[in-house]
Design a protein around this ligand. Sequence first.
Ligand SMILES: [Zn+2]
Length: 411
Amino acid sequence: MVMCSRRLGSRPSVCVSRVNDYDQVVSRLKRLDAPCHLKTLDTIAGHPIYAVVVNPDADRVKIWVNAGTHGDEPAGVEAALRMLEEWDRELYPATQLLVTPCLNPYGYVHDQRENAQGVDANWAFKRDDVPEVGVVKQIIQERFDAIIDLHEDWESDGYYLYEQIRDRNALGPEITERVSPHCPINGRPEIEGEIALGGVIYPDLELQKRKCGKGVPVEVFKRATNHQITLESPSGFPIDARVEAHLKAIDVVLEAYASERRDLSHARLKPGYVLEPESITEPELTDEDWKDLSEGIRLFNAGAYWESHEAWELVWRRRNEPTRVFFQALIQFAAAYHQLDRGVYHGVVKHMRNASTKLASFPDRFLGVEVGPVKSSLELCLDEALRLGEGKLSTFDRRLVLRIDFNAPEP
Ligand SMILES: [Zn+2]
């Protein structure tokens, strides 16, 4: 989606100009069989905007998949169509799915990001005169268990996603894992000015709001769901790979919601996240690893959480388990404090929970780090955050914020 900025001239020049054929989209939609039901939501500049409802009578799970808000991002439209065409009616009988395969047909036909008015509908939620936004407002009269929004990013060298979440299990890491055989993941520690870990961003909505005003991603999450996933495929890769990546990502969400995993009380963790304590032995770190570990701790203790996470990420990339899991936990610890500074409640809670789970199997001292106090601090901080809730996070008792004790080995 490129949550915010419009990047002029960012498109690779090798990209052949193409005119997207909306008639093709429409005829494919009209050929869909039950359980898919086609509805027209509005007609804009002569182009109908369609919604497809799959399993209209199902009532256990409700998911909305949106594509084509930006007309120059065809992989989402194609993925939505393919998903519908290949829908297996046996697989998710209790899931009702609403699909808007192309929200901005005018943009699609003209291969442009904006609609017929020249407006980027994704960032025009407060306007009443933008028909695509009108359609969104019509849809979010209902609530959804999850909302998936399909986008592309012309500048990214790999797949990534934004996950906005409250009281649900995160699915981001599982999505990138399932996507990675089909499309490379953007592994940068920072994407679009947000902390990213393995291609997953838990966005700071206040920041988004300040930068962009009332955006659809912010408002839809506030009004219509507890779980919104915005998927970004890298436009520089072949369309088949981008479509396949989107389809795999959607599968993860559908599967999770069809099973029990959406419920926090049934939290299941990926293997590799929780290690058997017996399997943990201290590895030999290289001088480079030691340098980055201590630099990360120095930065963390100076309150530079973002920078500390960047230092530790260098080690994380170089190591295998169990060291990798340990550094991932440190990174999430730093990310939690960073989100605390920014007042992002769901980020604090999620990162603390994840860090705490990962550290549980580690001994109280590992690689010179006093892990015991970190574990207790995570528990105390998590309790405090949960006690305060989203509205009162600013009154968080800062005395609970920890400095890490660390004794590097003698060189
Ligand atoms: Zn987009």
